[in-house]
Write a protein that binds this ligand. Structure first.
Ligand code: BYC
Length: 322
C-alpha cells in the first residue's frame, strides 16, 4: 500500500479512537515520539525508586516499612511494564537502559531532589504520585494500545501510593508541633518541583501540539498542572499546612486557583543534569547495573539451557512409539 493511503488509514483510526497496535502501520515520528516518552517514563519509574528506597531502613514502624517497601517495589514493576510497552516499538531493553546510563535519555526532574526527612515520604506520595496520577490517568486513553494498557494497572497502584503518602502527612500533622513542622518543611521543598513534573509551559513545549493531535497526550502540560493545583489546595487545607506560594489565590472568574511563576531556570538546570542529586542518581543506577551483570548472565544461561532441554525432550517424544 502506498504511504499516503497508510497515513490516511492511520489518521482515521486515531480520529475514531481505534487503538494502534504494534503491528499496525504508524508514521515514523509517531513511533519515535512514543519511544521517547515511554522510555523516559520507564526510566522515571526506575530512578524514582531511589529517593524513597533511602528511607526503607529508617521507616518509623514495621507497618510503614512494609508499605514503603511494597510501594518502591511497585515502581520497579511500573518500569518493567513500560519497558515492555516500548519494546513493542522496535527498540531493545538494552538500548533503552544504555541511553539512561549514558545520560542521553531523560527521566523526570523530580527524582533529582534529596529526601531529607521521613515527612518527605509523605510529600512524595501525596504530591509526586498525585501529580503522576493527574498526568497518567489520561494516558490510559493514549492512542497506542500497549502504553494505554500498561497505564491502567499503573494508575491503580499510583492511587494507593498517593493515599499512603497523604496518610503519612495526616499522621504527622495530627502529631506533635515538631512533626507538623516536618510536614510543612517537606511541602515547602516538594511543592515547586512537583509542579515542574508537568513539563514546560505549553508555549515552550515542543512536543505537546503534535502529541495531542496523535492522541498520545489528551491534555496539555498547563491544563494538567492547573488541575493538580486545584485538587491540592483543599488537601493542604485539610492537613493544616501552607502551600509555599504567596500568589496562590482563588480566581472566581476562571473557576481555578491562580498560582505563582515556576522557576524555569531551576527546572532546565535539573533537566540538563545539574540538579542536587542528578549525579548521585545516575551513579546509583550505573552501580546497580554493573553489579547485576551476573544475574543477567545467569538468566541468559538458564534460558539457553531450558531451550535446549525443550528441544531435546521434543526430539525424544518425536522418536517415542505412539
Ligand atoms: N523532567 O515538549 P515537552 C513517575 C522534557 S512520575 C524531565 O512538554 P512531552 C513516578 C521532555 O522530555 C514521572 N524532562 O515534552 C511517580 C522534552 O525533552 P526531549 C514520569 C522533562 O513529552 C512516583 C522537553 O522537556 N511521568 O513515574 O510532550 C514514584 C520538552 O517537553 C520534564 C511520565 O513520564 C520533566 N518533568 O511532555 C515513582 C509521564 N518535562 O524528550 C515514579 C509520561 C518535560 O525532547 N510523560 N521534560 O529531550 C509525559 O506525560 C510527557 O512526556 C511529559 C512531557 C508531560 C513529562
Amino acid at each position: 500500500m502506498n504511504e499516503d493511503v497508510l497515513l490516511t488509514t492511520f489518521d482515521e483510526k486515531v480520529a475514531a479512537e481505534i487503538k494502534i497496535e504494534p503491528k499496525d502501520w504508524m508514521p515514523a515520528d509517531y513511533r519515535k515520539t512514543l519511544i521517547r516518552q515511554i522510555s523516559q517514563h520507564a526510566h522515571s519509574e526506575i530512578v524514582g525508586m531511589l529517593p524513597e528506597a533511602n528511607w526503607i531502613t529508617r521507616a518509623p514502624s514495621l507497618r510503614r516499612k512494609a508499605t514503603l517497601l511494597a510501594k518502591v517495589q511497585d515502581e520497579a514493576g511500573h518500569g518493567l511494564y513500560l519497558y515492555c510497552a516500548a519494546e513493542t516499538l522496535n527498540i531493545t531493553r538494552e538500548e533503552m537502559v544504555s541511553q539512561l546510563l549514558s545520560g542521553t535519555a531523560k527521566y523526570s526532574s523530580i527524582f533529582n531532589y534529596p529526601t531529607l526527612s521521613w515527612a518527605d515520604m509523605g510529600a512524595i506520595g501525596w504530591l509526586v504520585d498525585g501529580a503522576a496520577i493527574m498526568n497518567q490517568v489520561p494516558l490510559c486513553r493514549a492512542s497506542f494500545a500497549p502504553y494505554a494498557r500498561a497505564m491502567v494497572r499503573i494508575c491503580k497502584e499510583e492511587s494507593f501510593h498517593q493515599r499512603q503518602g497523604y496518610e503519612i502527612l495526616l499522621a504527622l500533622c495530627n502529631g506533635s508541633k515538631e512533626q507538623k513542622a516536618m510536614a510543612q518543611d517537606a511541602l515547602n521543598r516538594w511543592w515547586w518541583p512537583s509542579l515542574m513534573m508537568f513539563g514546560p509551559n505549553d508555549d515552550a513545549s515542543p512536543h505537546t501540539a503534535q502529541s495531542m493531535k496523535w492522541k498520545i497526550k489528551r491534555f496539555t502540560n498547563d491544563e494538567l498542572r492547573q488541575k493538580f493545583v486545584d485538587v491540592c489546595v483543599p488537601q493542604a487545607a485539610l492537613l493544616g499546612i501552607n502551600i509555599p506560594d504567596p500568589d496562590l489565590k482563588w480566581n472566581e472568574a476562571k473557576g481555578h486557583y491562580d498560582f505563582g511563576e515556576i522557576n524555569w531556570d531551576e527546572f532546565w538546570n535539573v533537566v540538563k543534569g545539574n540538579g542536587p542529586c542528578n549525579r548521585e542518581r545516575l551513579a546509583a543506577r550505573v552501580k546497580a547495573h554493573e553489579e547485576g551483570a551476573w544475574v543477567r548472565e545467569a538468566a541468559l544461561a538458564y534460558a539457553h539451557k531450558k531451550e535446549n532441554n525443550l528441544t531435546g525432550s521434543k526430539l525424544k517424544r518425536a522418536y517415542e512409539p505412539a
